[in-house]
Design a protein around this ligand. Structure first.
Ligand SMILES: [Zn+2]
Length: 52
């Protein structure tokens, strides 16, 4: 298993409504939703990671 320095695909939970999203975690620890650059449909943009 080789660790790339690029973004890591994982699962995040919206901090507002609890919806699950496929997210990418960047090396700088910022998280964004895949396919939803503007964030969750509830307009929240922060996600808590299921896996650290
Ligand atoms: Zn949400």
């Amino acid at each position: 298993m080789s660790e790339q320095s690029a973004s890591t695909k994982t699962v995040g939970v919206c901090t507002h409504c609890g919806a699950f999203h496929a997210v990418c975690k960047r090396p700088d620890r910022s998280v964004y939703a895949i396919g939803s650059p503007q964030g969750c449909h509830c307009s929240e943009t922060e996600f808590r990671l299921l896996e650290e």
